[in-house]
Design a protein around this ligand. Structure first.
Ligand SMILES: NC(=O)c1ccc[n+]([C@@H]2O[C@H](COP(=O)([O-])OP(=O)(O)OC[C@H]3O[C@@H](n4cnc5c(N)ncnc54)[C@H](OP(=O)(O)O)[C@@H]3O)[C@@H](O)[C@H]2O)c1
Length: 232
């Protein structure tokens, strides 16, 4: 397939691009820094675009069959609008170019129901602290992004991972389901695998799904560094 990946230069996006190329897809990697893009392949095109630049987004999407969105920003005390403004531009560009399949990364943190088996400490203290204090502006905008995706007429899937961590390869031991899952973390390689399968296979159209890694787990220190250093 001809796939466009937004956020292609981020740690998840690079994995999506490499794993999609390895699976035989043609990929357009969208980044604001096209000159620094580290991946090369005859099946790869690199497009320079900020998601808030409607014309640049339209140029990147033209001629593709599906879009995977992985762009993101760190936590901030200031208002964040890039998730919602960016997805609105991507959807407008998709509609204008007759591209129907959108797979969009969000986060389990915006889920309103508790995950099964979640501890009281997490439900009452850590989860609300992440959602409503340190990450409030980010998750408020992610929620707006989800609403915009859901109200579109596209064949969309919203993919909510847990806290992301880096593992060399997909573990093949991750769970995907259209409901709350137990577990708080997702390997970026597993997330990339799930995103590519969503576009390439029938997947879960017009559904919110979660992706949680079961086997490899980051240390608590790595988890905290991701949450507070890496942002979202
Ligand atoms: N970190 C976590 O634990 C966690 C948990 C759940 C969900 N998520 C979400 O999962 C996704 C992937 O996270 P990640 O940590 O792998 O990546 P990330 O660091 O959040 O960001 C990925 C890339 O987004 C691009 N980007 C940012 N603003 C942009 C803009 N205005 N226009 C175009 N591109 C822009 C940047 O690339 P360029 O500078 O090259 O343009 C960046 O490298 C994000 O949506 C994130 O919010 C993260």
């Amino acid at each position: 397939m001809d796939l466009v990946v937004f956020g292609a230069n981020g740690p998840t996006g690079r994995r999506v691009v490499s794993q999609a190329l390895a699976a035989g897809h043609h990929v357009t990697a969208v980044t604001r820094k096209p000159d620094e893009y580290p991946v090369t392949s005859p099946s790869l095109s690199i497009a320079g675009a900020d998601v808030i630049d409607q014309d640049a987004v339209e140029r990147a999407v033209a001629g593709s069959q599906a879009v995977i969105s992985t762009y993101g920003v760190p936590y901030s005390r200031s208002q964040i609008t890039v998730y919602s403004d960016g997805i609105a531009n991507i959807i407008r560009a998709m509609v204008a170019n007759d591209v129907n399949r959108l797979v969009c990364v969000s986060s389990t943190t915006v889920a309103t129901e508790d995950a099964p088996g979640e501890s009281l400490l997490w439900r009452r203290a850590i989860g609300p602290f992440l959602r409503k204090v340190v990450g409030r502006t980010l998750y408020d905008d992610m929620q707006r992004m989800e609403e915009i995706v859901k109200s579109s007429d596209l064949d969309w899937t919203i993919v909510r991972p847990g806290g992301l961590f880096n593992a060399d390869e997909p573990t093949d031991d991750y769970e995907v389901a259209p409901k709350r899952l137990s577990g708080r973390v997702t390997s970026r390689a597993d997330l990339a695998d799930a995103l590519i399968k969503e576009v390439a296979e029938p997947g879960h159209p017009r559904t919110i799904i979660e992706v949680v890694t079961r086997s490899a787990q980051p240390s608590p220190l790595t988890f905290l560094k991701e949450a507070f250093g890496g942002g979202s």
